[in-house]
Structures are given as structure tokens and as C-alpha cells.
Design a protein around this ligand. Sequence first.
Ligand code: BGC
Ligand code: BGC
Length: 844
Amino acid sequence: MGLVSACSQESVVEPVKEKPAMQEKNGIDIWPRLNVEVKQTDEIESRIQEIMATMTLEQKVAQMIQPEIRDITVEDMRQYGFGSYLNGGGSFPQGNKQSTPEDWIKLAEDLYQASIDDSLDGSTIPTMWGTDAVHGHNNVIGATLFPHNIGLGAANNPELIEKIANATATEVMVTGIDWVFAPTVATVRDDRWGRTYESYSEDPEIVRDYAAAIVKGLQGRAGQDFLSDNRVISTVKHFVGDGGTVGGDDQGDNVASEQALFEIHAQGYVGGLEAGAQSVMASFNSWHGEKIHGHKYLLNDVLKEKMGFDGFIVGDWNGHGQVKGCTNGDCAQAANAGLDIFMVPTSAWKPLYENLVRQVNEGIIPMSRIDDAVTRILRVKLRAGLFEKPSPANRKFSGKTELIGQKAHRDIAKQAVRESLVMLKNNEALLPLNPNTHILVAGDGANNIGKQSGGWTITWQGTNNTNEEFPGGTSIYDGVKAQVSAANGSVELNENGDFFKKPDVAIVVFGEEPYAEGHGDREHLDYQRGQKSDLALLKKLQKQDIPVVALFISGRPMWVNQELNNSDAFVALWLPGSEGSAVADVLFTDADGKRQYDFTGRLSFSWPNSPYDAVLNKGDEDYSPLFPYGYGLSYDSKDTLGNDLSETYEELEAFSTGKKIFTGTMQKPWVLLLSEGDKEELVVASTASLGTLSYRTIDKEVQEDAIRMTLADATVPSGLKIASKSFFREDISNELLNKSSLSFMIKPESAITEAVMLNMSCESEGDAPGSCRGSVDITENLKAMEKDKWHALSVDLQCFSQQGVDFSGLVVPFHLLSTGNIQLSVSDIEFSFDTADSASIKCK
Ligand code: BGC
Ligand code: BGC
């Protein structure tokens, strides 16, 4: 018997695509004119005109180009005079993760000086540096890392949020940086999205109030210290609808009505822009199939004209390249739609710049559009005082390294951690704990600051960070140890839950591994499906009659019914950041048995009742969550949850077959490449070729649902290669139950004269790509098949794992290779559960 409610079933039914009527003329007034606190002044507006009058077209276009520090030199800045630049997540000066604040300042100073140097053709307009300080100054070692937004939403304390933003601004300014790409104001409606934790809430109200508070904390308040020398420019992102894509697909399609787009997804812009945010980042997603980066109605008509936003719109990471007809280096469409700054973090900045100049000269982009963009950029620069402020190395906080990770900031972060915790279970009032006892701390999250901090932590994905890379930070274990030692209790730390002395209580810290953006997209919300090792740990402890406190680290609510049943107390920690010790402040009484803090965090996301309750939001019809929006226990509340939550659910057909790879289209996160020897090329069209290899889509059941490779005298192994997007390691070990196989349909269309191999490769933590691989010879199977007919072929995954393929770091799940002359078509490629015993190729 499953617990799937009607509403959770709906979550996987993809809404019908229907173009909403645009409210262009005489429509209902969906988009109000905002009451923006920052007003235009004659002084600034006439300065803009004066500066513009001196600028060449090339200098104007350069203001619209935002390259990345890995792709430009100081000399490029001198020559072109880019209006701004960025460092992406996990991108550091000189590519050095250990860069010190001095290294950051030196780069900021060098690029700034080059930007105002008029010895070459560039302008003398000061450039500015944008960075993703999304939970503190998270690219810099030693910075205070605050809980990710999802935890802040649970704290629901706008005053505290403003303090966090202010502290972040200070730490950013120590490194000479002017501008941050925060806050994310997505209202997330499908928790399978990998950026759920960057959202404050599924409820637009919290998002709107927080957006205003964050923007004030970063930029200061209008009429007071607005963008003065202790503040940075803020960006509300990603406009608009990023949290509402179909299936929670990162960069996917939002099919909300225009009314819902405003009421649910745009409320953060109401709050953030009224508070004076000076920039908006365009979103990667589409609205009804049209990419926002090229959406004139939304960017220009709605945001600029109807809502009255007078700052600039910056693009997202080559997002313009995804607009129909565009490439990263060529996209007049985005400029014409109203994009003011192109974020172009690759070498494509150069062709993009050249193309934009040419397109203005050819009349494809009106000069008035360029002038509008530059007016907006200069307006923000003037408001921020960039022409008057000293150079980055000489600003108020520059180089004051004592401000980074200072105690006052860590104290704010600790308060935020305490207020963000949501207690979901407290059987027989197990919590608060008496510190004067013997405590076991277990679980792989117990002493792991990287894990508790999530994505966007030093590195982009938040992976590969050691505790030593968080100087001044604390793990959750550190906090337990401090509380217990102060009260003369004792503590043992053991990840696997083993101990020397039987503990009075075990605290088990576990949860999701860090991820960012699309790498965090999931198909369902089942925690550790197929590999419930944390559940086993909880059970092992309970079996020994040890009371268990489960502390769950996650970027979203998840289906953890079994883990709940097998713990006595259960707390959702979200992603607390660098101040893990604050968790213990709430868990323990003081030495005299007096409570120190209560649990005040309340769910800002509804908690699922099945793995498929991903689209589960307050106000839904048939709302039946396990824990509703706003839920959370205090010490005085009575917990009636019990230990018998349903541990089964109805398996939905869409998920029962396993992990799809190619089903007529490539499935996320996989992409198709052609490979010839060492060369490879991404396939973007329905026909392609590379050397002796040619490729095309063919029809099996429906149009273009199969792919064909043809080799003509290939001298090196060539064929079709399916790899994860950006060759990022995909962890599918949880999804792959024992006894899975890789299965596909294959049709030999020529004689099989040479060997045909099926390879897989992975990347273990720390290894070079491709260093772990497996290879299976399928030649004989193919020879036995009737030509020009479709046949099913499946390979037991053990054949690959025996050769060292590690499914927690899979990069290439399918690579079909041969030489000589051969033609083959394949389709329906997927991992399927419980099929190894019947696989065509078995490996015991
Ligand atoms: C993200 C943005 C981020 C930008 C720069 C993009 O991939 O979507 O949120 O600001 O990269 O790092
Ligand atoms: C960057 C991120 C960016 C991402 C987009 C990474 O290499 O560091 O900031 O968001 O690429 O794909």
C-alpha cells in the first residue's frame, strides 16, 4: 500500500503546453509599476549623458561584455575596457584555491587600473567585479559561511537576514570586489530541482520579504548609506520563473500562466527591486518554450517598462548562447530583447564583442538599444560612486583581513544556524540532551564542514574541500564536543557508529552530498534509494538500545520515512555552513540542566509523504504532506509522530524502469558526442560527422527515436559516446540497485567484420577523467543477430564494476566503438533494475 496522494501523482504529469495570452495591451494589470526607493537624480542623469557623448561604439559595447577571470588578461582589460568581469563558482585569482585576500585585491586593482588606462583604445570608465557571494563570501577560504537560503527561510527572520547580507558585503569588500550575484529569489515549486536550497521558500511571501531585507543588507538603505563605501551592488536572480520549471529541470521550461508567473515567481523582484537592487540576472530557463535571455516581452516590456526597473539586466553564464539562433559568440537577439550585460565566461567574449559591434553597424541592433544598456550600466556605476571611490586596493575595508571570518560575523551565522533547525520528531522528549553523559557522534556528516556547507562552497559544487580549508569554522561534532566537555561529559566520534564505551545517546549526522545547479537535479526525493547505508547505521544503534538523534543535512525536503521511524529524534539541519558548532547549542541543556535555546525553525517547504511528492506546495488542492508548511516542533510541543510511518509507496511507472539515458532524446544529464580516436565533438544536430564517422538520427517507432553510426574505413576506434554534461562525475550508485544492467536496442545494418566494444568510464574522487574504465566485447552478440532487425542487448553492470568502474563517479555510461566499415543503430539506452540475471552478457 502506497501513501501516494492524488497530489503527488500529479507531480509527475507534465502540464500541457499552452501559450498564455500576453498582457501587452489593455490587459489586466498583472505587472504593477514598482515603488522603487532609489530615485533618479538630475545630477546622475546628466553625468551619464556627458560620459556617453565621449564614447565610441566599441567602448560602449565593451561595457556590455562581462568576461571571466580565467579567460582574460590584464592586457585584454587595458585594450578593451570591459564594463565588468566575474569569477565563477570555484574560480580564483591565478586559479589558486588558496588565494589570500591580498591575491584577490591585487587582481582587482590590476584590472581596475587597466580599465581606466586610456593609453590604448579602451575607455576610462572604472570596471567592476561581480562574484557569487551566495551564502557569505563563499569563494574565499576563511570567510564566514552562512546557512544556505533554504535554512534561512526556515528561520523566517528578515532582520537577521539583513545582518547576514551586511556581513557578507563587508567580507566581499575586504577582497576589493564591488558586486555580488545575490540574492536568488526563486520560489521553488518542484523540490527535485538542484537549486532548491538556493530558495528561501515555496511560498512567495517569504521570498518577497527576504529579497528586500537582503538587498538592504548588501546595498544599504536608500537615503541613508545606499551604496556608500561599506556596501556592494546586489543582483536579484534569476529573472524569472527559474524555480518553476517542468519536472524541476535546471534551465528548463516554466509553463506557468502569466498571472502565476507574477504571483508566485516574481515576488522576489517586487521586494528586491523596491528596496533598490541595481541589477537583475536573466534566467537560463524558458517560459512556454522561449528562453528568457531572448524574451523581449519579459525583459524589456515587463521588467523595464511596466515594473519600471532602471538598473541593468546581466545575463547568466553564456545563457544568451541558448537563445534560438544564437551561439555564445553571436547573439544580437539577446541585446535586442533587452539584455544589458552579456556574461560570457569563455573565450567567446571576443567574437561576441566583434559581432555586437558589427551588428550595430549593420543596423541589426539599433544604436538606441546600446545607448539604453550603457545608460543603465553607467547609472549603476555612478550610484555606486565608482568614479569617486578610491581604487579597489584603497577602499575602506580592502585588505582588512581581520574582517573576514570575524567573530561578530560568525556569531550572526551561529544565530542563523540555531534558528534554521527544524525539529521533526522528539519521541519521549529525548531532546534536549544532558551534556553530562557519554555521547557517540556518528555519520559521515558529523565532522565534515564541506558536507554541512553544500554547493557553492569554495568550489562550485562544494566538493573536494577538507576541514582544514575552513579555518575558524566548526563541524557539528566540534559543537557537541564543546558542550559535553564543558559539562564534564564524554564523547566518542566514530563515523560507522562503533564505540569503546556504550553511549547514553548517539547523534547521527548524515545526508546529501554537496551539489550545485543541474548536478543536483533528481528524479525523485527518496533519500539513498537502493543503498540505505545511513538507515542501516540508525538501525544498528537502535538495536543496541541506544537512543538515536538523527541530524539530517539536505538541500531540500526528502522522503525519509524509514530514517524517521528508526530514530528517536530527528532534526532537519538544511545546509548550515561553516558554523556547525551552533547545532549543539540547541541540542543540549547547560551543565545545570537548563535549556539554552529552543527550536524555532519552521518548514518553509512542505515535507513529502512519498518520493514523488516533489510538487507539493502550501495551498495546493489535495494537499497531503507528511509535515505541512510551517511545521516544526518546539521543546514544549507534544510529538505524536510515532515509529510506524508508511515505508512503502506506489512505484510510479515513469520511475520503475531505472535510469534512462537515451529514449529518443538524450536524458539529463547525458549528452551525445562523436568520437574518433582522441578527437570528439558534441552532437547538436540530427546529422553530423567526424573524420571517418558519420551520424544521423533515424526512426524506430516514432520520428528520430534512434541513432545511427556509420564508419567508413576507420583506422582508429570510433563511434558514439554518451557522457555527462561537462564531463562532471554523476553519482548513480544510489539509484543502481544490485543486479542492474545496461540495456539497449541495437540493429546491425552491415556485416560485422571488426570487433565492436562497449565501454564505460568514470572518474574517482581525485582521479583524472577516464582513469577508471571498463570494456565489454559485444562482437559475437552482434554477429549472432539478424541484420536490419532490432534486437535487445543488455550487459550486467558487474562486467564493468569488476574492471573498476565506480558508479559513484560515472562520466561515460555508454561508448560504442569499432573500426573499419560498419553501420549500427541504437535506441532505448537505459540502466534497468533487477535485470542482471537475465542480461545477454553476464559476469559472475
Ligand atoms: C549561475 C548563476 C551564477 C553564475 C556565475 C551561473 O551558472 O546560474 O547563479 O551567478 O553562474 O557564477
Ligand atoms: C562556474 C560556475 C558556473 C558554472 C556554469 C562553472 O565552471 O564556476 O560559476 O555557474 O560553471 O556551468
